[in-house]
Ligand binder design. Structure first.
Ligand SMILES: [Fe+2]
Ligand SMILES: [Fe+2]
Length: 268
């Protein structure tokens, strides 16, 4: 049994037959489910895009949301939409709301969106400006574009809420599990924050690493040495593999505007 995994597909940037090629790549794997680890589209287009993907691939679509999925909208409104999807279609699951998904062999798949929470690298001196500060309603309203302290407060609060929810979910699934797959958008460790084959520098790390989620994952890995944890993330668009603990490996996936990269993930 296997799943198809793609991250940062940014579907609205696909031109010509890009969408059809993406669907063909997924279908060619004959997978049990499709994992999408965020940056699927933008606030105005994500619901229609998710429904289009689900209809085209005809397998369960398990997803988390990335920062771009809130662009030109807001976190609360997009999450409200995402929370309702699985009620009408059990195969279209925003994992934080729809809950854990169990593959045929008992592998449990859980999800958390995650945010670059301004805690890694050098947030005080970083000159990186992301569109997030302007295009995501809650961040823009908090003055995140110009006020670094407000930006960090806002991102840390979002990340902490995500991490707390993940911790509760993990508590419910780790007992008796052999393998837990965690889907998330933002790399939860500095070591998983790849850029061109190397770890990102202090300028980028604050906005590309979710330290809060990483702490929860490490606690779960240490508390459950008999469980294998596999984390799949994206956001940096640069692929790599990082071993965070004896029993935890983090895969960061490739992304590029206008292209999709689909990988098989063994879930048996
Ligand atoms: Fe992206
Ligand atoms: Fe992203």
């Amino acid at each position: 049994m296997k799943a198809a995994w793609a991250t940062d597909v940014h579907l609205e940037f696909l031109k010509g037959d890009g969408f059809a090629r993406f669907v063909a790549e997924v279908r060619a794997l004959d997978a049990e489910a499709l994992f999408l680890t965020g940056d699927i589209a933008q606030a105005e287009s994500i619901e229609a895009m998710l429904r289009r993907v689900r209809a085209a691939v005809a397998i369960p679509v398990l997803f988390v949301l990335g920062n771009h999925d809130y662009y030109r909208g807001g976190v609360a409104e997009v999450r409200a939409m995402a929370s309702a999807l699985h009620v009408g279609d059990d195969g279209l699951r925003w994992l934080p709301a729809a809950g854990p998904w169990r593959a045929a062999d008992g592998t449990v798949v859980v999800g958390v969106d995650g945010w670059g929470d301004g805690r890694a690298g050098a947030p005080e001196t970083s000159t990186v400006q992301l569109n997030d500060w302007l295009l995501i309603g809650e961040l823009s309203a908090a003055g995140a574009l110009y006020d670094v302290a407000a930006r960090r407060r806002c991102l840390a609060a979002l990340a902490d809420a995500d991490a707390a929810r993940l911790e509760e979910t993990l508590r419910g699934v780790t007992a008796g599990a052999e393998r837990v797959v965690v889907l998330t958008h933002v790399p939860p460790f500095e070591g998983a924050c790849w850029h061109d084959g190397e770890v990102s520098n202090g300028e980028w790390l604050p906005w590309f690493t979710c330290v809060a989620v990483g702490a929860v994952l490490l606690r779960a890995a240490r508390a459950n040495p008999g469980v294998r944890f596999e984390v799949y993330c994206g956001h940096t668009h640069s692929p790599g593999v990082y071993r965070a603990a004896e029993n935890m490996v983090v895969h960061t996936g490739q992304g590029r505007y206008g292209a999709t990269f689909v990988r098989a993930v063994d879930i048996a």
